[in-house]
Design a protein around this ligand. Structure first.
Ligand code: SF4
Length: 421
């Protein structure tokens, strides 16, 4: 069963321009010699522009205004969608350049100017660059890899909905993301870069949810739901909230990380109508903890949305206890609770991203007891074939001695707990 319908709208569709643009900030042209203020306060209606973003804007979009840079629509329109355009920002290595030329059926390239600013002038091993710039390794298929490793299509009773767990459902709202991660579990879905699925195509999924009273929790994902225009988000959330047995709604998104200016006051005023609304944000590396992303999270948190993070464990990108500790502690500072650490799913061409499972356990072991419990996410494997999320823990339980449970603490010492057997 296909998950996508063809009723698709491109980002430049005039319908999208009906939504409210982000507020105006500074209007001088970057290239005209005016000195513009960076670090604009988030406490006002203005969105901050860090010094790094400002330098990138000056270098790569000298004719653009700060006002344009602060518009998420401008970010979408000016995204890098080919290695050719990206080569103005980075010097592609042989591994990055050669294999992708002429291979058009792969996951598309799409990187917002804001996110490209995080990897500008980087070398090939740069962690964020590795997550979004394709390399020759993507063409190497390994045993066990599959385009739909979680068998989501098998658990899809109607298009755009996955119903795997008894009381939860996953609503696939769009096939579009502002920036594509090379390791994306749903690369089979977003591969065509076709943007939003559309209101009409959502109807069978909404009808399914109305008739399944056991579903109390809906996760709106995609693609990235917050890449949709305000009117679409409002429409979808209103229709979900109108279903009495749906208790909570969750949104899965990377928008605060790759296009933080999308978190506009207009969007916030829509989202906060639909509490209880939880936001799961996809973070990968501490380099993503910028002034802009912090401001986006602050707006969401101030509007009463509990924020959690989801992070994929990635080889030579974040598979280091010190890097993870910095990321998770940094997330708590911007009011995001680390929620899941995922073992990377075996999508085609993902071997270079995958670590041994023991690496994830080692990272959890390096955190538990050594930092705030809030900074320790749950390490899970989403079992291939549709088994669902299975948590993995270091071996804290060591067995029994008489009626005593033997427990190993974070320092490796054994303690006994008199269990009731
Ligand atoms: S943001 Fe999420 S859905 Fe979009 S490409 Fe990245 S992992 Fe996939």
């Amino acid at each position: 069963m296909t998950l996508l319908h063809q009723n698709l709208h491109l980002p430049d569709n005039p319908e999208l321009s009906q939504d409210v643009e982000p507020p105006a900030s500074v209007v001088e042209r970057v290239g005209n010699g005016s000195m513009l203020s960076s670090n604009i306060s988030v406490s006002s209606q203005l969105f901050p522009v860090s010094k790094e973003s400002f330098n990138f804007l000056q270098t790569h979009f000298p004719d653009a205004t700060i006002n344009e840079w602060s518009s998420w629509r401008w970010q979408l329109r000016n995204s890098y969608t080919s290695l050719q355009s990206l080569s103005k920002v980075i010097q592609p290595s042989d591994d990055e350049l050669k294999p992708i030329d002429g291979v058009n059926d792969m996951l598309p390239i799409r990187i917002t100017p804001y996110y490209a600013g995080l990897l500008a002038s980087s070398k090939a091993g740069h962690p964020i660059r590795k997550t979004v710039v394709p390399t020759i390794q993507e063409l190497s298929l390994q045993p066990g890899e599959a385009s739909d490793p979680l068998s989501e299509e098998e658990y899809s009773p109607v298009p755009n909905l996955v119903h795997r767990y008894p009381d939860r459902a996953l609503f696939l709202s769009t096939g579009f993301c502002p920036t594509y991660c090379r390791y994306c579990t749903r690369s089979h879905m977003v591969a065509k870069d076709k943007c939003h699925i559309g209101k009409k195509a959502w109807e069978p999924a909404l009808a399914y949810l109305r008739s399944h009273t056991e579903i109390r929790d809906v996760i709106v994902s995609g693609g990235d739901p917050l890449s949709m225009p305000d009117s679409h988000i409002d429409y979808l959330l209103a229709h979900l909230r109108a279903i009495k047995h749906i208790e909570i709604i969750r949104i899965g998104t990377k928008v605060p990380v790759v296009m933080p200016m999308r978190i506009t006051p207009a969007l916030i005023s829509i989202l906060k109508k639909y509490h209880p609304l939880y936001i799961s944000i996809h973070f990968t590396h501490p380099l993503e903890l910028t002034q802009e992303t912090s401001a986006a999270c602050e707006r969401l948190a101030n509007a009463g949305m509990p924020l959690g993070s989801q992070t994929v464990l990635l080889k030579d990108i974040n598979d280091d206890p010190a890097v993870m500790k910095k990321l998770f502690q940094g997330l708590l500072k911007i009011r995001v609770r680390p929620y899941y650490l995922y073992q990377c799913d075996p999508i085609p061409g993902s071997a270079h991203f995958r670590t041994p499972v023991s690496k994830g356990i080692e990272i959890i072991q390096s955190l538990r007891g050594f930092t705030s419990g809030y900074a320790v996410p749950q390490f899970v494997i989403d079992a291939p074939g549709g088994g669902g999320k299975i948590p993995l823990l270091p071996e804290y339980v060591q067995g029994y001695e008489d009626n005593n449970l033997l427990l190993k603490n974070y320092k490796g010492k054994i303690f006994k707990y008199p269990d009731v057997i």
